[in-house]
Design a protein around this ligand. Structure first.
Ligand code: KIV
Length: 275
């Protein structure tokens, strides 16, 4: 059964946890989907893990549409959420609606995600009014890394904690169907979750959020440029891949690959006529 905004709503009402992972391509999305995930986020983290940028600032609408459409083809049951890249919605309410529409029409998203709280309230409202579900994202919002001065845990002072609560309230009032909370103390995320009428999806925000999300390369040990404290490696796929690549190189060097069973055959008669 396809997961929708209603699945998320029902999960919060029933106290059932929501699982999400990122994906950026068809094969990975298919595997994650078959594993039974609720939602797949085509995150602008693709700038880091797929394109090798230092941050998400350079990611474009074209990047998001290209990867988003591939994921949408692989996700049969998971809800597909595509990130709105930096400067595709901050510039104006008009830009926000037009670009959200492109992610739905060209990327085949089921919902879009954008970063910010009080300051993007109007954008969220306008996108929702256009019939597009919005997942908000508050706390450590990576598109604002230059304003934060680095990847810093958010909400640690009384003022910052109150601002996070205001942001959560603002995005809910604007019509977001759920909200990602990233990089905030677990006890604060718990309060946000208790006060929120929409599901909270945590990443580096403790166990009391209504759901969790991780970048799949992080949880599989495939990306080591930067590993935040909140990442748990559920497998060391990076090591498995590297060993398989090494075996392949060794067999090619030794001439043992391809073996007979990897080759196509032809009648000897045909071959003889070629000499
Ligand atoms: O871009 C991304 O992958 C995200 C998640 C980390 C929430 O925004």
């Amino acid at each position: 059964m396809k997961n929708t905004v209603l699945t998320f709503k029902k999960a919060k009402e029933e106290g059932k946890k929501i699982s999400m992972l990122t994906a950026y391509d068809y094969s990975t999305a298919s595997l994650i989907d078959e594993a039974g995930i609720n939602g797949i986020l085509v995150g602008d983290s693709l700038g880091n893990v797929m394109l090798g940028y230092e941050d998400t600032v350079s990611v474009t609408m074209e990047d998001m549409i290209h990867h988003g459409a591939a994921v949408a083809r692989g996700a049969k049951n998971a809800m597909v959420v595509i990130d709105m890249p930096f400067m595709s919605y901050q510039t104006s309410v008009y830009d926000a609606v037009v670009n959200a529409g492109r992610l739905m029409k060209e990327g085949r998203a089921n919902a879009v995600k954008l970063e910010g709280g009080v300051e993007v309230k109007e954008q969220i409202k306008a996108i929702v009014d256009a019939g597009i579900p919005v997942m908000a994202h508050i706390g450590l919002t990576p598109q604002s890394i230059n304003a934060f001065g680095g990847h810093r845990v958010q909400g640690k002072t009384e003022a910052a904690a109150k601002k996070l609560l205001e942001d959560a309230k603002a995005v809910e009032e604007a019509g977001a169907f759920s909200v990602v909370i990233e990089g905030v103390p677990a006890a604060l995320a718990k309060i946000v979750t208790e006060r929120s009428g929409i599901p909270t999806i945590g990443i580096g925000a403790g166990k009391d959020c209504d759901g969790q999300i991780l970048v799949y390369q992080d949880m599989l040990g495939m990306y080591s440029d930067f590993t935040p404290k909140f990442v748990k490696k559920f497998a060391n796929v990076g090591e498995v891949m590297k060993n398989a690549f090494k075996s392949y190189i060794e067999e090619v060097d030794a001439g043992t690959f391809p073996a007979k069973e990897n080759c196509y055959t032809i009648d000897e008669d045909v071959i003889e006529k070629l000499y």
